[in-house]
Ligand binder design. Sequence first.
Ligand code: NAD
Length: 489
Amino acid sequence: MAIAARGRAQLTHGFDYVPAPESTDHVRIPERHDLFIGGEFVASRSNRRFVTLNPATEEPLSEVAEADQEDVERAVAAATAAFASWGALKPERRARYLFRLARLIQERSRELAVLETMDGGKPIKESRDVDLPLAAAHFFYHAGWADKLEWAFPNRRPRPLGVAGQVIPWNFPLLMLAWKVAPALACGNTVVLKPAETTPLTALRFAEICLQAELPPGVVNIVTGGPETGAALVASPGLAKVAFTGSTEVGRQIQRRLAGTGRRLTLELGGKAANIVFEDAALDQAVEGIVNGIYFNQGHVCCAGSRLLVQESIADVLLEKLKRRLGTLRLGDPLDKNTDVGAINSRAQLDKIQGLVRSGIEEGAELYQPPCPLPERGYWFPPTLFTGVASSHRIAREEIFGPVLAVLTFRTPAEAVEKANNTPYGLSAGIWTEKGSRILWMAERLRAGVVWANTYNRFDPASPFGGYKESGFGREGGLQGLLPYLELV
Ligand code: NAD
């Protein structure tokens, strides 16, 4: 009887979780970081440094060198010198280095996951279970390609391009590095990579891994800094190719900058994906997919399912389930293994989210946030959803890049397609229905690079990823992801 009564109380009030923080003892963060050029850590000639913070506590983690134009050119020169032998190396030898990098990422994954969480604010269970395994998988997958390229493109001979300049954002720092570096190296190119200014630490730890793997000097170079460093890199005349992942606005500037230079370019840009739920969907499963689609990594995801399109007949019941589920998400210390929603990556990103949420309220949409106490220090935003959203509202059109969902309704599949495609972006979409034929009918019509069916945010190195329209061009992953790094003769 007593046990039954206690069980009821737990059902009514939920469970209390005791804190389960991941230890940081095994992660030593140097006070200062230099640039990684030609196989060595070297001081910047600029003598400028910037501080990278823990966004959950606002405490400084390290001072990082800010590379200027001269530093960037030094890195490009080191990569050019290394290309002569790396590009000519027997493919099976290149494969061996890539396997070594993959194994070392796995071996050091606990350290890298903790560092990623401290520098970026994402929950440890995500960096541990998603970012790190996928980063290692990208190196393993591309190690497999390195000695098979010759047979990958029938009747064509693949040749490396030269030096690739790569600029990445802060939402998946090590994973985006892996998406860029692994295919470039597998194809015989050398790289100069610039991580984002708020999350440089795992890229610098990767530089240590390159040393540990005895990768020849200059094959991978890491230059840290902000937009100016990025602009200096993409403009370097020594590059054969530029690969950029980041905002559409910066992608546009880079495309203008490279026009007429003959240099290759791929752009992985923003998104405003529709996650579409039909009345015959398994609703509890769909609710999990919606939560994963928009609250995973605090919504700092280019392919986030930030617009929920729900069939009108089930809107009330689905929203009730979704609101109840939002109430169970635990926001707080990203290093706690129970945390679902971590810190917003930076003050600037928090300001942007708050501004767009204000616009949603001012334009007449209805805001819902579960009761959710926020820590006093750090950058935080509660899981949020808006109902009563019109397609014209800014929250339905602009990429928020935060834990904010805009809910719209539809009546027919044709209306769902029209609303889903009513965006300048075209990166991803989700479909929830029990009907296979409807999945195929929808997928054919959705203008999105990736369409998930009855799941969301699934990634595999063998599956090409990339956008249409203002979400960019070029693919990363799979056979298609090799093409931007090769010349076929
Ligand atoms: P951002 O464009 O501001 O910055 C991205 C990177 O570019 C950073 O390293 C930054 O320092 C650098 N940069 C800034 N200005 C530059 C310039 N003028 N020239 C060269 N480099 C410059 O974007 P962000 O805020 O860091 O990242 C969020 C954006 O990234 C979102 O729009 C998101 O959708 C997009 N993103 C896309 C994908 C994808 O695969 N499509 C993946 C992750 C993130």
